[in-house]
Design a binder for this molecule. Structure first.
Ligand code: 5AD
Length: 336
């Protein structure tokens, strides 16, 4: 498809009035496409075991100091059926790359969720084999979240991201081909990212068969080989989000919790002012939350209150239509 907009470095590095204009345009495009509605989902981080070794991630397998956990199926089923925040329409099950958790927790839990609740189900469980993907889909999940991490195959390899860049893209295409709604994403400001790499994130995103895409500001994670590097600036992250929105007005773009760690105040809320249209309430039981170490132990946990306040502060409203329904309806319109 032809793009209305493709960012240049001057957009991504903009400041002052030009930056403000970029953000306002992005917010206006999001409103034109989605109205004032913002999708509200919850995430449960079902396991922090991981067989991968991404240099930027605190859950990498070489981090032997991290206590690993897997939740009990019954505990999570009870939490979702009886104790979920009333504002959520969808749930995202997330884990390190842990096929055991997929089989023992995610697949049976999805069946329970679909039977006992109206929630749409997304999963973010890493690169798995085709039969596990099929089992997840048959259980009732409809969106797969799988980030391409960086648009540079060389940097992808250097940071020890899962498999190869080409394989990751292959998984994204396979999932889309099998009828999943696929949301991907990249980390901006990864150590050693060049200007060309930064721009390439947009080239790759524009070429993939996606329904959504996220921008995560790089956060120097504790207990990683990159701990001494500096975080991505909030400005670069927001400029990337605004650019993504202008490039693809129709995509679902989340405000990620790392925006709160990238510096400045109200990073998350600023994400909503920059074209994001999806927020996430963290529903991971508190006893293990600290061990889900993407970035730092001192996480900024998005509670229902914080999420709803950010939505309200931007003059927006929680959507009552689920993401899963939205995608289903969109695919009818687009004959996808
Ligand atoms: N900074 C930003 N994003 C990160 N992720 C993992 N570690 C970091 C970090 N230090 C993102 C990756 C991964 C997702 C689950 O979290 O994009 O795919």
């Amino acid at each position: 498809m032809s793009l209305d907009f493709f960012p240049g470095l001057d957009d991504l590095q903009s400041a002052g009035a030009k930056q403000q204009q970029l953000h306002e345009q992005a917010a206006a495009v999001a409103r034109r496409h989605f109205g004032r509605k913002v999708f509200v989902r919850a995430v449960i981080e079902i396991s922090n075991f991981c067989r991968e070794n991404c240099e930027y991630c605190g859950m990498r397998r070489d981090n032997r100091d991290l206590r690993r956990y897997r939740f009990k199926l019954d505990e999570l089923a009870d939490l979702i059926i009886h104790q979920r925040p009333s504002s959520i329409t969808d749930i995202n099950l997330q884990a390190g790359e842990d096929p055991i958790a997929v089989r023992d927790i995610a697949i049976p839990l999805i069946k329970i969720i679909r039977e006992k609740t109206p929630l749409g189900v997304s999963v973010c469980l890493g690169t798995l084999n085709e039969s596990l993907y099929a089992e997840l889909q048959n259980a009732g999940a409809s969106t797969y979240i799988i980030k391409f991490e960086t648009g540079s195959p060389k940097l992808y390899a250097r940071r020890q991201s899962p498999g190869t860049f080409e394989e990751r893209v292959g998984h994204i295409c396979h999932l889309q081909d099998k009828g999943w709604n696929v949301s991907s994403g990249f980390i901006c400001g990864l150590p050693d990212e060049t200007d060309a790499d930064l721009l390439n994130n947009f080239t790759v995103a524009s070429q993939l068969p996606l329904d959504g895409c996220s921008v995560s500001p790089y956060i120097a994670g504790e207990a990683t080989p990159l701990a001494k590097n500096s975080n991505c600036s909030i400005d670069l992250a927001l400029n990337c989000m605004a650019s993504l929105r202008l490039m693809r007005p129709d995509w679902v773009i989340p405000a990620v919790s790392a925006l709160n760690l990238a510096g400045g105040t109200c990073g998350y809320q600023r994400g909503l002012a920059t074209g994001a249209n999806l927020v996430t309430i963290n529903m991971t039981p508190t006893n293990e939350r600290g061990e889900y170490l993407l970035y730092k132990r001192n996480r900024f946990i998005m509670t229902e209150d914080r999420v709803l306040s950010a939505i309200e502060a931007e003059g927006l409203e929680p959507s009552t239509e689920s993401l899963a329904e939205f995608y289903r309806n969109a695919s009818v319109v687009n004959f996808k």
